[in-house]
Design a protein around this ligand. Structure first.
Ligand SMILES: *[C@@H]1O[C@H](CO)[C@@H](O)[C@H](O)[C@H]1NC(C)=O
Ligand SMILES: *[C@@H]1O[C@H](CO)[C@@H](O)[C@H](O)[C@H]1NC(C)=O
Length: 332
């Protein structure tokens, strides 16, 4: 008895380990984001997408220009002539390229630094994983969010600097918000897209804190700040992605309601018929002392139903076979 039980728990344990290992090593399945029974398919939004942001420290005479690249369906690929100094670590899903510009003019150097924000580094680095988390916006604790339709995805695993144990942890939180009018690719900028025009730049400067950038693009930058879900803090890249793929049009509860109505209709019909027959029989019994067939309301009619149907069928048959073939009668 005890051996079989231990082997059962053993196989269960290995199953659990397997299932916990698979997502970590394969990453997230963008075609099937499941949260609280609701599925989202974000496959159409796959491939590398770029978002820009500038941060200026006037007192230091410094500006940081960021290009954030993300692929929600796969890890990012290195460019042809890429190297460790110009690309994020292999296994990165969300990468920040930081360009440090010295405004003072003393030093003309611009330094470019890759920052691993989210990814799976089981075999390629510090061992941290994507550890993706999904939240349906309607189930969100905050009132503002629960009014929206869509899904929030949290991607972890990044750290800067990557190899340093005491580096600052990084993560990306992308809010996919339902907008039936948008595919999600409006204003899209591919990995090696063209330069932004200056009107976009001026828009970016008018952005107020705590809001997403004022842009008509479907994918918008909302912040890159240190947040404190942990003591040490996690620098969090927040993005908003407006798209029809975040709409819950395929939610299951709707399809069931028609059958539910039909079932109720049948049940009520039967109950009503039964009540009519029972009450009618009771009346006949009491008033007229009826017995047997006579108990039923319209008992005569009910008794005749088989004959009426037969008659009706014969009439229909005759009329469809056409008036021409009178000889048809002989067969009956
Ligand atoms: C910085 O660049 C400007 C123009 O490109 C040049 O005139 C100047 O000599 C440079 N300064 C240094 C310190 O390299
Ligand atoms: C960021 O993107 C712009 C436009 O695509 C490009 O000109 C610039 O070199 C990029 N900066 C970095 C640090 O990759």
């Amino acid at each position: 008895m005890s051996p079989s039980r231990s082997s059962n728990s053993l196989s269960l344990a290995s199953l659990l380990t397997l299932s916990s290992l698979i997502p970590a090593s394969w990453g997230m399945d963008c075609a099937d984001i499941l949260t609280n029974g609701v599925h989202f398919n974000l496959k159409e939004l796959g491939g590398p997408h770029v978002v820009h942001w500038s941060e200026t420290y006037p007192e230091l005479g410094q500006t940081y220009n960021y290009n954030f690249t993300l692929d929600i369906c796969n890890k990012l690929k290195w460019h042809k002539d890429g190297n460790k100094n110009t690309e994020c670590t292999h296994g990165t899903w969300v990468c920040g390229m930081r360009e440090e510009v010295d405004l003072s003019g003393i030093n003309n150097n611009t330094v470019v630094t890759p920052i691993d924000i989210a990814g799976s580094y089981k075999s390629t680095g510090n061992g941290r994983t994507l550890d993706e988390k999904f939240t349906r916006l309607k189930d969100s604790k905050s009132n503002a969010d629960s009014a929206k339709e869509g899904v929030r995805i949290e991607l972890n695993g990044g750290r800067f600097p990557h190899e340093e144990k005491n580096g600052l942890d990084q993560r990306a939180i992308i809010e996919f918000v339902c907008d039936p009018e948008r595919t999600g690719l409006e204003g899209e900028e591919k990995d090696d897209g063209e330069k932004e025009d200056s009107s976009e730049d001026s828009k970016r400067l008018t952005r107020r804190d705590g809001e997403c950038e004022d842009s008509d693009k479907s994918l918008r930058f909302c912040g890159y700040k240190k947040e404190t879900p942990k003591d040490k803090g996690v620098r969090t890249l927040r993005l908003e992605w407006r798209t029809k793929h975040a709409c819950e049009k395929n939610a299951p509860p709707d399809s069931g309601s028609h059958w539910g109505f039909f079932t109720w209709f049948i049940i009520i019909f039967f109950l009503a018929t039964a009540a009519y027959l029972i009450f009618g029989s009771w009346l006949n019994y009491n008033r007229y002392g009826a017995r047997g067939w006579d108990l039923l309301p319209h008992g005569d009619t009910l008794r005749d139903i088989p004959y009426i149907l037969k008659d009706f069928g014969r009439k229909v048959l005759n009329s469809t076979q056409g008036g021409g073939s009178r000889g048809g009668y002989s067969a009956v």
